[in-house]
Design a protein around this ligand. Sequence first.
Ligand code: PMP
Length: 338
Amino acid sequence: MGSTTGAPAEIQDSILDTIGETPLVSLRRLEPDLRTPLAAKVELFNPGGSIKDRVAVAMIEAAERDGHLRPGGTIVEPTSGNTGTGLALAARLKGYRVIAVMPDKVSKEKIDLLRAYGAEVVVCPTNVDPQSPESYYNVADRLTAETPGAFRPNQYVNPANPDAHYRSTGPEIWRQSGGRITHLVAGVGTGGTITGCARHLREQNPDVVVIGADPVGSIFSSEVVKPYLVEGVGEDFWPQTFDPAVVDRYVTVSDRDAFLMTRKLARTEGLLVGGSGGLAVHAAVVVARELDDPGALVVVVLPDGGRSYLSKVFNDGWMAQHGFLERSTDRTVGDVML
Ligand code: PMP
């Protein structure tokens, strides 16, 4: 049936066509006395719930073009969850099997989510040497070698990862900020986000300052590499997808500061995001305070939503158990905020 009004129907061909074009939202309620404007790129709007949808589709389509992935093939990837979700989602529409290999520190909700999309999940121990055959990277290598028609996107090496941000996230930030962005703050996992966005933004304005928000204990900014609780950011090795030269400075953030800021974002801005978003915002506030400049614009990337972390950062018992709730203002009792 044709349209009676002659207006074109606004029907997306598939859910994959709704990836990207996420909103840039002002964070002016978070710290009302802050004079430097802050805006957040809210990536939970992607259909798989995170920034990694962009990367997952880009890596699959690059592999299809290069012949590494053929109809009926299997995608094997070590992932903390978000890339796996993007891959699983895209694989459903494109007809591939997905095996996601994860460290055991990942929340149960993330594992259940991947299974809901029809992915197979293999869980490996977190606190083993990266060289150990049990490490999740090595388990993924073995499964790739053993599975016929297997393709390993390898988000830590694949140039389609930073390229997805160079082609989509970076240009969106430039356009949505009206070209006024002066500082970009992003966490670094594979480094794809910060590398791709920084490259595009610097082509528009070479003076854009790029700040890496990094957990205490991550190799990028810490002398002592040690475990931490924030998921998705920081590493114990230098990924090939990360170009460290794009980073002007790091702000190193403790788990406590990252999680308290994550909770504050929910309460002040109604933005329920993951701990890596809170970590990046904590760093962005540090930068904005130092700048104290109403003419600047600090843009911070919020990689995913908070619903996957309800039993962790948003759970008072979990927070208290880790010693993160010391002040009474940090605590929620029932539905009463103290
Ligand atoms: N936050 C979360 C929750 C993530 O899953 C990731 C991806 N590992 C990042 C931040 C970091 O993004 P990137 O890999 O592009 O550096």
